[in-house]
Design a protein around this ligand. Structure first.
Ligand code: SAM
Length: 282
């Protein structure tokens, strides 16, 4: 079906199927026709590529991905959307909808089974209630994917792409940079969605690194990052002592071994300094 981002077409399809939006599933569907082609292009959909999408809605992005890539597999939790998608995506023979929760499904098995022999990239307008958990799930499982291009809330985009050493940086910014190179691509106004959310959005792309950015095992690295950001505006010494559950003297000697000043704050550290503290923990 053409014109999937046309608001008249969307309203007609949804009302014929008696569909009502679920706020708890983060259902804000794109109605701005300029956004999905741009996301598909910048997300790397092309010949020889398999695209993994999360959350099809009525299939507006799914269709743009399918026009460009060899194959699209979309994980959609809402069973009510399946008959809608049967109708809206009837013209494509390279799309498969998997009716599952992206937080439960075995993503490694899914990618291996559905995309054998293809390069794989993720492209999605994410349900906002699980933005960071989905991104971390995709990254932590070390899936054989080259990039993750996702629409997220504008503030989340800024945090996910924040550079170490800036005020915006948080634990998730450091976690993302351990596995990938993040880039903010473009902003999307709230009026581009039906129903319109309360906040604007942005599309980001995470180019997945072949190996972690720094030399430290993930368990120790993430323990340190979580502890370091556990109390905003407190010194590293206090955060590490509280967050790791160790006496201050022990946290102090950890920082001395790592060569990091105990008066520093987490937002001032670069990735290598977090890695150095993590290695001192081992
Ligand atoms: N891609 C469509 C678009 O851009 O119009 C829909 C995007 S909408 C923001 C998010 C979609 O994710 C909805 O279709 C929703 O049902 C689906 N979704 C929500 N939670 C999910 C989950 N845990 N696993 C898979 N899909 C989910």
């Amino acid at each position: 079906m053409e014109q999937l981002s046309n608001i008249g077409v969307i309203r007609d399809v949804l009302s014929r199927h008696g569909f009502t939006f679920s706020k708890s599933l983060g259902q804000n569907f794109l109605i701005n026709p300029a956004v999905c082609p741009r996301m598909a292009e910048l997300g790397g959909a092309g010949p020889g590529v398999g695209m993994l999408e999360i959350g099809a809605g009525i299939g507006v992005l799914t269709a743009e991905l399918a026009k460009r890539a060899d194959k699209v597999v979309c994980v959609e939790i809402d069973t009510r959307l399946l008959p809608v998608l049967d109708e809206t995506l009837a013209g494509y023979d390279n799309i498969e909808i998997v009716n599952a929760d992206v937080m439960q499904v075995d993503l490694s098995a899914l990618v291996a089974e559905k995309f054998a022999g293809m390069q794989v990239a993720v492209c999605a307008n994410l349900p906002y209630y699980i933005t960071s958990p989905v991104i971390m799930r995709l990254l932590e499982q070390r899936l054989p994917i080259r990039s993750i291009t996702v629409m997220v809330q504008k503030e989340a985009a800024q945090r996910l792409c924040a550079r170490p050493g800036t005020r915006e940086v948080g634990a998730v910014s450091i976690a993302v940079r351990y596995y990938s190179e993040p880039k903010l691509l473009f902003q999307v106004s709230r009026g581009s969605f039906l129903p319109a959310p309360d906040v604007d959005s942005a599309v980001i792309r995470l180019d997945v690194l072949p190996n972690p950015a720094v030399d430290a095992p993930p368990e120790a690295f993430f323990r340190v990052v979580r502890a370091a950001f556990s109390m905003r505006r407190k010194t590293l010494l206090n955060c590490l002592s509280g967050g790791l559950g160790i006496p201050k003297a022990e946290a102090d000697s950890l920082l001395i071994r790592a060569g990091v000043p105990s008066s520093a704050r987490a937002e001032q550290l670069d990735l290598e300094q977090f890695a150095s503290i993590a290695r001192s923990l081992l």
